[in-house]
Design a protein around this ligand. Sequence first.
Ligand SMILES: Nc1ncnc2c1ncn2[C@@H]1O[C@H](COP(=O)(O)OP(=O)(O)OP(=O)(O)O)[C@@H](O)[C@H]1O
Ligand SMILES: O=C(O)C1=C[C@@H](O)[C@@H](O)[C@H](O)C1
Ligand SMILES: [Mg+2]
Length: 174
Amino acid sequence: MRSLVLVGLPGSGKSTVGRGLARRVGLPFTDSDHVIEQRLGCSIRDFFAREGESAFRDLEQQVLADLAAGPACVLATGGGSVLRPANRDTLRAAGHVVYLRASPEELWRRLRNDTKRPLLQVADPQKALRDLFAQRDPLYREVAEFIVDTGRPSVSTLVNMVMMQLELGGALNG
Ligand SMILES: Nc1ncnc2c1ncn2[C@@H]1O[C@H](COP(=O)(O)OP(=O)(O)OP(=O)(O)O)[C@@H](O)[C@H]1O
Ligand SMILES: O=C(O)C1=C[C@@H](O)[C@@H](O)[C@H](O)C1
Ligand SMILES: [Mg+2]
């Protein structure tokens, strides 16, 4: 079976839905942000603050290429992993790409108390989410084979919804 690759904005549920999905399909779960942090030996947040976004994107590109070349898994990607065209090619080559879609308003409800996500540590995080959505929604759509709207359902329902789409699309056979 090929990898299942989850893309979406911060808070869209890639890590939480991804873990449930991995259990269901019997693949290991990998979070590219965690792999990056292991390589760095520090948090993404600290690295961002110290070295800037471009250095982070270079490392992210390398890690995504390495993971795509590795064994099949359910891969939760960083929210900005679709920004570089090379990464979009890498993700599509790695497996079936699923976009977990959520509105900026829904994401704000989930993340309003969060302090870990560097792109939201700004004066107006709600505007930041709206801007990220406007910039990235077309890129997530471009890379994705499947799009799942995550606005209302619980995490366990979402796992079922993703499974259903994958099954109907023949993605669970290879
Ligand atoms: N469908 C949902 N309904 C309600 N809460 C959700 C849903 N999906 C995720 N959450 C919650 O939103 C928060 C963010 O989810 P999660 O960490 O899985 O997002 P993510 O896409 O991995 O974000 P990041 O890109 O920053 O790693 C968590 O507290 C999670 O429990
Ligand atoms: O949306 C983004 O650009 C990011 C999301 C996180 O998953 C991390 O990959 C990092 O904080 C950057
Ligand atoms: Mg995550």
